[in-house]
Design a protein around this ligand. Sequence first.
Ligand SMILES: O=C(O)CCC(=O)C(=O)O
Ligand SMILES: [Fe+2]
Length: 423
Amino acid sequence: MITPLTVPLNERVEFASQAYIDQMAFFLAGRTTVSTSLRYSVRLLDPPRHLPGASGFTISFGSQGTTVDAKPDPTADVYQEMDYGAALWLSSIIHQDNHESAARREQEYRRLFSIPPEPGQLPRDVQALLIALKDYMAVRTVNNPDIDHRIDQFGLRKHMENFDTTGYTVFEDAFSADYADQLRSEAAINHRGREEGASFRATMLLKRGSIWEEAALHPWILTAADYLLGRGNLLYQSDTIVKTTGQETHPGLHSDYAASRIPEPFPDFCILTVAVWAIDDFMREHGPTVIRPGSYLERRQVPPGTTQDGTTTIEMKQGSIAMWNGASWHGSIPRTAPGKRTSLHNTYCRNFVRPLEGYQDIDTAVINRNPPVFSTLCGLDDAFGKSGNDGADFERLKYAAEAGFGHREPLPGWNTDPGGNRE
Ligand SMILES: O=C(O)CCC(=O)C(=O)O
Ligand SMILES: [Fe+2]
């Protein structure tokens, strides 16, 4: 059964758009008042071109009710300035029934975007209402559809150029050591009981706990996935590998297109991409990945018997993420050091590709604790597979059309309708 969406597609809004402010006002109108009067304001720096008015908002909490204004106010009791993209990700966190994960997300996003902790402590009832408002908005807020804007705001341009030349890149310092430790412990649980060296993969991670959901949504990686695959891409596979001393998990070379039977010559656009998280160091002795730079331009499967000659070793430190065009020829070398290498492999594919792992039946509770981009990754937003006896799912078809039919540039009209753009 395909998991139904609890928030209808037409309630989704872009962060800080007029439609977003309207949704906030709608939520606040029905709420009880708080005992303290307090104004809370955020100024958004460098909003995307199609939302020139998205400069921030001010929420006025008070005994007569709570209201929201679509303008930042530096004289507010709590006032913060941050980049549009950073604020969008902070506002994507859902707290309800998800406290541990919410705290971890907040920590990782603040670290990634260098945002200091929120100033001061809010009164209890104000804090509770603010969290309820944030949660209500987070499940309705789509990712910024302007991929170029995200690339520049996150400082990722050089990485995208790497995809266009060598076909791969390494994002350094992409997650904290603390998060790495938690990922390793969770991975160990999933790998427990397996014969040493026999089965090195644990799969279907989106059905194994919220820590993996967080990882699948990494803001830099989703930006790179959108760059390579277009918006609306899907999670193809999410798995961990635990590699032991002497183990050879990927001898020779392969392309990640193999399982999907992509005919040769491969298309000149990318079909799928894998992001490999170095939960432990990936230095030579740890058995890292090797890749042949530029091999995605071959546009064919690796001929049988091809050796690892001419490859580059992707050496990286814990906290780095390597990512490549899935048409690239790559493998890995055996681990010589004692101990284990734990890594997370999140693969994303184009909207029309059939993923290796199925998430269309994922628990509603999982959908409800994540922003809309998560249900997109699970394949729940698009129209595929949702025709019934009465015809197609026109709501989803309309939604797909609003996202553009694979257009690289925003569709005409985007600049004139600041509230209407949806992923
Ligand atoms: O584990 C490695 O080093 C390589 C894994 C691999 O081939 C992949 O994730 O596509
Ligand atoms: Fe691979």
